[in-house]
Design a binder for this molecule. Structure first.
Ligand code: NAD
Length: 296
């Protein structure tokens, strides 16, 4: 019986693959890095020696890679998925990439009767581990129905939003909202600190009101501890916001908040903080204002 393929076993892909193994999927996996490949093999998957080996042995292939160039290389490159996949294979790209690139890759796949869905996720590493990600998908409905059950082993919701590329448009919308929340939280807490008010008390006073949010509750306790271990790296959020700017360019859409925040994140990257969690955006404000929002 054909297996399910999984390529890209990083912060997100590794726990997602492990959840598929737990749910009984017969997995064949690949990553260029040896360590996660071994770890997922130890959890019960077959470790492949190449992308080609995954493609030849699977009828559904999940990809969880950093960005558009990686997905293009893995799917369309020499020795890649498309060169080796059987007709009717379904590729479920769960990476967050440019919707423009998704459409290009899906069009190439369609020429060889391979269907590609985009199904990026929100929720980060903790929800990837719990199997409670929010999954936003785009593409052919019949193909989506075939993989829906599998998606529910990794996420608590899996919604088909529209045609291929719509999943990544939805993810970009998600990333604008998350970035704007973190920036708003940072601006507010630095103002409080600068005004001599304890940011921890401000957080506790406002979290139950309208300003309360999933982002505030996920990020503010970490900020108070000065813990910027990723999580979701600033580097990856810059990538997503760059994809917002690209998509906005194509659709001629104004995105002033995105433009502002990407500038802050790039400055932090220049300061050597690109690998910090995106909650570390507050360090931009802290540096400019000369205060820190930590537990007293
Ligand atoms: P990551 O960098 O930890 O993992 C990517 C993995 O892909 C790595 O293990 C890498 O070795 C592998 N890889 C790269 N090129 C490859 C190739 N050519 N062949 C095989 N493997 C290859 O990234 P991540 O944090 O797991 O994120 C993956 C995707 O999920 C990104 O698009 C990211 O934006 C998105 N995402 C991440 C989070 C998060 O909190 N980390 C949350 C939601 C969505």
């Amino acid at each position: 019986m054909a297996k399910t393929g999984f390529i890209g076993l990083g912060i997100m892909g590794k726990p997602m693959a492990k959840n598929l193994i737990k749910a009984g999927y017969d997995l064949i996996v690949y990553d260029v890095a040896e360590q996660p490949l071994k770890e997922v093999a130890d959890a019960g998957a077959q470790a492949a020696g190449s992308i080609a080996e995954v493609a030849q042995n699977a009828d559904v292939i999940v990809t969880m890679l950093p960005n558009s160039p990686h997905v293009k290389e893995v799917v369309l490159g020499g020795g890649g998925v498309l060169e080796n996949a059987k007709e009717g294979t379904i590729i479920v790209d769960m990476s967050s990439i440019s919707p423009v690139a998704t459409k290009e890759i899906a069009a190439e796949c369609a020429k060889k009767s391979v269907v590609m869905l985009d199904a990026p996720v929100s929720g980060g590493e903790p929800k990837a581990i719990e199997g409670t990600l929010a999954i936003m998908a785009g593409g052919d409905e019949a193909a989506f129905k075939k993989v829906e059950k599998m998606l529910h082993c990794m996420g608590s919701s899996a919604i088909l939003v529209g045609e291929v590329g719509s999943g990544n448009v939805t993810k970009l919308a998600n990333q604008i909202i998350v970035a704007a929340n973190i920036a708003g939280m940072s601006e507010a807490m630095v103002l409080a600190s600068k005004s001599g008010v304890d940011p921890e008390k401000v957080y506790n006073a406002i979290r139950g009101g309208l300003a309360g949010s999933t982002v505030l509750d996920a990020k503010m306790p970490l900020v108070l501890e000065g813990n910027f271990k990723p999580g979701f790296r600033i580097e990856l959020h810059i990538k997503d916001l760059q994809n917002v700017l690209d998509a906005a360019g194509v659709t001629q859409c104004e995105v002033p908040i995105t433009s502002e925040i990407i500038g802050m994140m790039k400055e932090l990257r220049e300061d050597g903080k690109g690998q910090d969690d995106h909650g570390g955006l507050i360090q931009y404000y802290e540096k400019k204002s000369g205060v820190q929002c930590r537990k007293k």
